[in-house]
Design a protein. Sequence first.
Length: 204
Amino acid sequence: PPTSPAYDRAQLGRRAAMIRRRDNILEEDMPPRRRFVLTAPPPGPGKDTQTIARAADRAEDVGYVRALHASERRMMTSIEEVNLRVSYQAQVRRQESANFYTLDAQTDRKDIRLEIDVVRGKRTAYETELQEVHQAYLSSEARNRALLARLETLETHMSRMEWQRQSAEDLAVTQMMRIYALEARARIDTVRTPTVVVSCTFHF
């Protein structure tokens, strides 16, 4: 086949031989005059020697032309085979290049898809973390609002207790003043009571 190493060596060797010989014809394709003479029928009586020589020359020319045509056919066949081999090798190289680029593109697409998957995974993780942080923020805000409401309640309660304390102090002061007044009146009444008794005694 055209792709085997033996085929390559054989064709290259033939081409080298053809280049070295160039327009020379292979020796086996050029029958010598002696061979023609041996194969030619013996001259009969009355034949001219010059006529025989011309016939031999014509036969030799015909053999030379046939050998030349055969050599040209072999050369054209060799060139066609070389062209076929070159075309086949070029097609193989193009196919290999296409396969390489296809494989490289597939590898690049696979790497890109993997990178996209990694980025999507990170994005999902970031979104989940953001949702958790947002939820924690909302929970913290709710706790802060609850604490503020309780603080306001405590402040209101403390203000009420302070008012009650102040009212109690005022009431205590008022009561103390009333007690002092009652005690003073009692002391006055105590001082006045014996005189009344004595005077009553005198009346009896």
